[in-house]
Design a protein around this ligand. Structure first.
Ligand code: SF4
Length: 773
């Protein structure tokens, strides 16, 4: 059996040494890199061959990759590297790595074409100045072969160990048995659908109720399908830390408790850099951070130790931190290196779906066959929109400009004039443009280039404000490259109101208010779809993924995507669902709705004292109801969600719900207590849900509605109705968590009686009209 390795991965393993050094960054984005490659290859003569697939073998290694270009007339092989900044600042170990790569390609090409010697060129393309710097050397085939053999030899022991690991894992996975003995109701149906999707190599949307064990119900079948589908990796992606923890616990359990334990399966947790960094006050290079200094020299030992530990336990954040400390390497960059050698990677959505996502990038670069599980997938639309949205705030720009070095004065002044043009053009506080004006974009690009150059010469020469503006601008220009009809470009004045979307009409007195420019993603589908395309199979699962068409349209699932609506383990008699249709919670009826809602909640509480959650569509509504509730029923204990609660405050809020406590928690729909909260048994007796959770009608949402009407012919449903109902069902899902739970839900609004609304409620619910307190 051959062990396949990419040229890049081989060289990174065998030829990288010295410090970790991110000073030569921000590197060009993938799009900029591809565009740079195109510019260079377009300059070459007609006989030039771009993107040549090459491969070669050494003992049981298969080395493969794609060389950037070959000019037969010059007998010259080129490796193109894009960069911004000063080439002289590139660390030596980066250059050595590039030479190692091009020399391997050189040998593979010599071998393929029978060439006795070849000219090798490293072409560094400055994406800002559009200039090339070429470094070249001529090498004899024999010398290149010796270099290739030497690199392979250094990797061989590792490859042998990897082959043994893969064979052992495959054997264990073939005989893998379900770790809990028997499946729960619905869990088998889910597992079978996931297995089938993996075998057929397609995507699946799985709507599966809470309480059936979705984490293990999706991981188990995908692991089972692994050997047959020759998977390289499984990615388990979550929206929240709690989901990551559940997945790691499930995998730890499987490693230890399966009949043929999958002990060797290497499980890695990925976390954001700011959560892993040991020296947040330092920069990522050897002169600043001790864990970056000599990082690549100590990495091999740290890597070996990590994989030894992975044989018995999962490599979660804490385990990696301890290992990294022991070997004096950065835990964050250690985890990045370990992706290559791990089997199951548990991370956040953005590790795969973001524009520069590492898991997606490595999958493409290494041609991995991957299975992807997307946990609580109803969050993917909102999260993806954020990933593909960029904002530039003029107020931030103005304060950055005030503290900027004098050398940047001219370009920032020009940018400021272009920015002010938005204010002059329109008296509207919110306006949508068809695209970012070329003049603004040119001025922004010029500012970015000038700051990059300044930073090259003065690495520590800019303050926090300018740095923030610089990174925001880089992101903005990057997102702008993907701008299309899936997104809006809008300009909002009056920063105070922009978050709520409550944009006021501007007056002459507000003309000088700074404006916020936003490239706002509306439909993430075109940007997500390529990520589904490279995976062998992707499973999106959650308790609320109805209607199918909404999720499929919004995230861009392929036509042949499967759908399973898993049977609920709960019985209708476990839950009373009362529709309170004599109350309207429409905005214009809010004030009038407060007294009957207070009466209803207190009546239910006095009938059956226990713990309840009452959900409202906004903090304003929530506060008005609690104010009245407190004054009318001072003896009933209540606790209230407040905006921006941190994790400790949230824990305190939830700790009030004990098996013996009694009281009412007031919370907002779509907030931290409306999903992912587990309060089984008497910790929660019931919930009140006031309103359909429809997002506020405001200028931004109205633009989303229009765009989705034009593109998907479903503006109202996709902007307001479906997202609102998804929040309702998620919040109501807090009540019944186990097969022994009993509870009650009040759906407060006359619209809950409408057939189109009831169709979006879980099928096992039996609703009845509330006859009055
Ligand atoms: S510890 Fe922090 S500063 Fe040091 S290399 Fe790692 S991420 Fe960078």
């Amino acid at each position: 059996m051959k062990y396949a390795v990419s040229v890049r991965a081989l060289c990174e393993f065998s030829a990288k040494c010295g410090d970790l050094d991110l000073r030569f960054t921000p590197a060009p984005s993938a799009e900029e890199g591809m565009a740079g490659h195109k510019v260079v290859t377009a300059r070459r003569p007609s006989q030039y061959q771009a993107e040549i697939s090459l491969s070669g073998e050494y003992k049981h290694l298969l080395v493969r990759g794609r060389a950037d270009g070959f000019d037969p007339a010059l007998n010259q092989l080129e490796e193109i590297k894009t960069f911004r900044g000063e080439l002289g600042m590139m660390p030596d170990n980066h250059r050595q790595l590039h030479w190692a790569q091009v020399r391997i390609y050189g040998w593979l090409l010599c071998q393929k074409l029978g060439l006795p010697r070849i000219c090798l060129a490293l072409v560094y393309f400055d994406i800002v100045r559009k200039k090339e710097v070429m470094l070249s050397e001529t090498q004899e085939g024999g010398a290149l072969k010796a270099h290739f053999n030497d690199q392979c030899e250094r990797f061989l022991n590792w490859a042998e160990q990897e082959l043994i690991h893969r064979a052992g894992c495959n054997e264990a996975l073939i005989h893998l048995t379900f770790p809990h003995g028997s499946f729960r109701t619905g869990q088998r149906q889910l597992a079978e659908a996931v297995y089938k999707a993996a075998v057929l190599g397609r995507c699946l949307i799985a709507q599966a109720p809470t309480g059936i064990g979705k984490t293990i119900g999706t991981l188990f079948p995908l692991l089972k399908a692994w050997p047959g589908q020759k998977l390289d990796k499984v990615f388990f992606l979550t929206a929240k830390t709690s989901g990551r923890r559940l997945a790691l616990d499930a995998l730890r359990f499987m490693k230890r408790n399966c009949a043929q334990p999958t002990v060797g399966l290497r499980v890695l947790e990925l976390v954001a850099r700011e959560k892993a960094c040991e020296h947040p006050d330092k920069a990522c290079h050897g002169a600043s951070c001790p864990l970056a200094n000599g990082f690549y020299d100590r990495l091999p030992q740290a890597r070996s130790a990590a994989l030894a530990l992975a044989g018995t336990d999962v490599l979660d954040k804490d385990a990696l931190r301890a290992l990294a400390r022991e070997h004096r390497v950065c835990p964050y960059y250690l985890s990045q290196d370990l992706i290559q050698w791990s089997d199951v990677i548990v991370g956040d959505y953005n590790h795969y779906f973001d524009l520069g996502a590492i898991l997606y990038g490595l999958t493409v670069a290494n041609q991995w066959t991957v299975g992807v599980l997307v946990d609580e997938a109803h969050n993917l639309i909102g999260r993806a929109r954020k990933m593909y949205t960029a904002e530039l705030d003029q107020a931030h720009f103005q304060s950055a400009r005030r503290s900027a070095p004098v050398q940047l004065g001219k370009v920032l002044a020009r940018l400021s004039r272009c920015w002010n043009a938005f204010s002059k053009e329109s008296a509207e506080a919110y306006r949508v443009y068809s695209a970012v004006p070329d003049s603004f974009l040119a001025a922004l690009q010029q500012a970015v280039n000038a700051i990059t150059e300044y930073l090259t010469e003065n690495p520590d020469g800019i303050d926090g404000e300018l740095q923030r503006f610089y990174f925001d601008s880089l992101r903005f220009t990057r997102i702008c490259e993907t701008f299309d009809e899936h997104s809006l470009f809008d300009v909002t004045a009056d920063v105070k109101n922009k978050k709520a979307g409550g944009v006021k009409k501007r007056t002459s007195r507000t003309r000088s208010v700074p404006v916020v420019l936003c490239l706002r993603n509306v439909i993430p589908a075109p940007l997500i779809a390529p990520r589904f395309a490279v995976a062998q199979s992707t499973v999106l699962f959650s308790a609320t993924l109805s209607p199918y068409r909404f999720y499929s349209d919004m995230v861009g699932l392929p036509q042949n995507t499967g759908w399973v609506d898993v049977e609920s383990p709960f019985k209708p008699e476990q839950l009373l669902v009362k529709v309170v249709s004599n109350i309207s919670t429409r905005y214009r009826h809010r004030e009038a709705s407060i007294p009957p809602i207070v009466d209803l909640i207190s009546w239910q509480y006095l009938q059956k004292p226990g713990n309840y959650l009452a959900f409202f569509s906004s903090f304003d509504y929530l506060q008005r109801v609690t104010l009245q509730f407190r004054s009318s029923h001072p003896s009933i204990p209540i606790w209230e969600q407040r905006p921006g609660m941190d994790e400790i405050e949230q824990d305190v809020f939830l700790a009030r719900f004990t098996a013996t406590s009694q009281g009412i928690g007031f919370a907002v729909l779509g907030g931290s207590f409306a999903e992912g909260v587990d309060l089984p048994g008497s910790r929660l007796s019931g919930a009140f849900i006031a309103t359909l959770g429809l997002p506020q009608v405001n200028p931004v949402n109205e633009q989303l509605r229009r765009r989705m009407d034009t593109m998907l012919n479903a503006g109202y449903d996709y902007t307001y109705f479906f997202p609102g109902m998804q929040k309702v069902v998620q919040a109501a899902g807090r009540v019944i968590r186990t097969q022994s739970d009993r509870g009650i839900i009040y759906l407060i609004d006359d619209r809950f009686a409408r057939p189109d609304v009831r169709r979006l409620l879980p099928g096992w619910w039996k609703t009845e009209r509330f006859q009055g307190a």
